[in-house]
Design a binder for this molecule. Structure first.
Ligand SMILES: Cc1cc2nc3c(=O)[nH]c(=O)nc-3n(C[C@H](O)[C@H](O)[C@H](O)COP(=O)(O)OP(=O)(O)OC[C@H]3O[C@@H](n4cnc5c(N)ncnc54)[C@H](O)[C@@H]3O)c2cc1C
Length: 373
């Protein structure tokens, strides 16, 4: 039986950022991941946008960790040559209702201390983005894009260099609270079962964070930790339109998603998405019959678009804490000592903007870990 000080479950952007951050403490750390490499679930299946932080409610973890995470991520990407670009973003409006909506986002952004936000009108929009149709827009100069795979590779290599043991093809299948420690049961790809004893468990299991919580007897219904899977599909846009936009272009958001937006790639090509569909299975196929909806939504603000420009692309699945129709929820990041589980640091409902926030989330976890002492 192996003995360690910290077990982290999940090698997505969040688990890896935590592994890299805690690797500087000199503690013995094991990171367990059920896939054969990092980032196979949500962290490589998203818009790769570095968000500004204006959408989230005052005082929420999402607001604070997104605004801090944005700043920290640009710095880290610059220092360590991780491909990224501060493109800026326009949240656009074409009706009076939409204009009011983006003004509210502007005011929320000001409260959240998002830097340099500005409301702009048609003339300036035309100058910045001559190919789109929009009467008003909220300009967020601090929004941008990055290469999430290269970010995770950097975290992985840093963690390894600082002595973290990373075990791919190791699925956590059980957890047990012992007197002053935890027993972690792990199934390897060859079917062999192993046990690890650890002082601290950090749950960064994304789509399965509720199942990991339940393994320690947490009632996920009573504690509102049940995770709802919300799929987001993308459609690629024909390459002959590459370079037609330089900013990220977003419509006004809905309660479950930021809307079908223009997802820019670092090479100048782009896709449209994601939509938001509550699902009960993990299936990353894109339904081609959804093309009509994508086309009609995007045609509103991309007048040059033809239906034949669109082809099914990739999909990702969000780990949301709210059921369909319920209001948006905040991240849960806490030591579960009040549930009789001291040293179980639980991260649940880590949906957008967690890619942006991953470095700040890792700082938050380090702060909680320090108090665990
Ligand atoms: C369509 C879409 C668009 C998005 N766009 C953006 C965006 O533009 N900007 C942004 O900031 N955020 C965005 N997000 C959100 C962001 O992608 C996620 O919040 C973030 O990637 C979550 O990272 P994670 O490490 O928590 O989860 P994951 O990347 O899912 O990692 C969790 C890991 O845990 C592993 N795991 C699970 N259970 C076990 C187990 N039992 N044993 C071992 N390993 C286990 C999984 O295999 C997985 O690798 C988007 C999400 C979606 C779906």
């Amino acid at each position: 039986m192996n003995r360690t000080e910290i077990v982290i479950i999940g090698a997505g952007s969040v688990g890896l950022a935590i592994a890299r951050r805690l690797s500087t403490t000199g503690k013995k750390i094991v990171l367990l991941e059920r896939h054969n490499t990092f980032g196979q679930d949500t962290s490589t299946r998203n818009s790769e946008v570095i968000h500004g932080g204006m959408y989230y409610p005052t005082g929420s973890l999402k607001a604070r960790l997104c605004v801090d995470g944005n700043r920290m991520l640009y710095k880290l990407c610059s220092v360590h040559n991780i491909p990224h670009r501060k493109t800026g973003k326009l949240i656009i409006a074409n009706t009076e209702d939409e204009r009011q909506n983006i003004e509210e986002i502007y005011h929320q952004g000001k409260i959240n201390q998002v830097p340099h936000l500005r409301m702009i009108e048609e003339q300036e929009i035309k100058r910045l983005e001559p190919n789109i149709r929009a009467k008003w827009a909220l300009l967020s100069p601090e929004s941008g894009i990055l290469d999430a795979t290269e970010l995770m590779r950097y975290f992985e290599q840093e963690a390894l260099r600082n002595g973290v043991t990373i075990r791919y093809d190791h699925e956590v299948i059980g957890l047990e609270k012992l007197k002053d420690s935890y027993k972690v049961m792990v199934r390897r790809d060859n079917g062999k079962i192993e046990e690890i004893i650890t002082d601290v468990v950090i749950n960064a299991a994304g789509l399965y964070a509720d199942q990991i919580s339940a393994m320690l007897g947490i009632d996920i219904g009573k504690n509102q930790y049940r995770i709802y899977w919300v799929k987001g599909e993308y459609f690629d846009v024909n390459e002959h339109h590459s370079g037609k936009m330089s900013h990220l272009i977003y419509p006004t958001p809905t309660p479950v998603s930021l809307g079908i937006h223009v997802r820019l790639w670092l090479d100048g090509s782009y896709a449209l998405g994601p939509n938001a569909l509550y699902v009960d299975e993990i299936n990353y196929d894109v339904d081609p019959t959804h093309l009509d909806n994508f086309f009609s939504d995007a045609k509103e603000y991309l007048p040059f678009l033809e239906k034949s420009d669109l082809t099914p692309g990739v999909a990702g699945i969000r780990a949301k804490l709210q059921a369909k129709g319920e209001p948006a929820r905040d991240f849960v990041i806490r030591n579960e000592y009040d549930k009789g589980l001291p040293g179980f640091i639980n991260l649940v409902g880590i949906d957008s903007p967690a890619l942006t926030a991953c470095v700040a989330i890792a700082e938050e976890v380090a702060r909680i870990y320090k108090k665990t002492g």
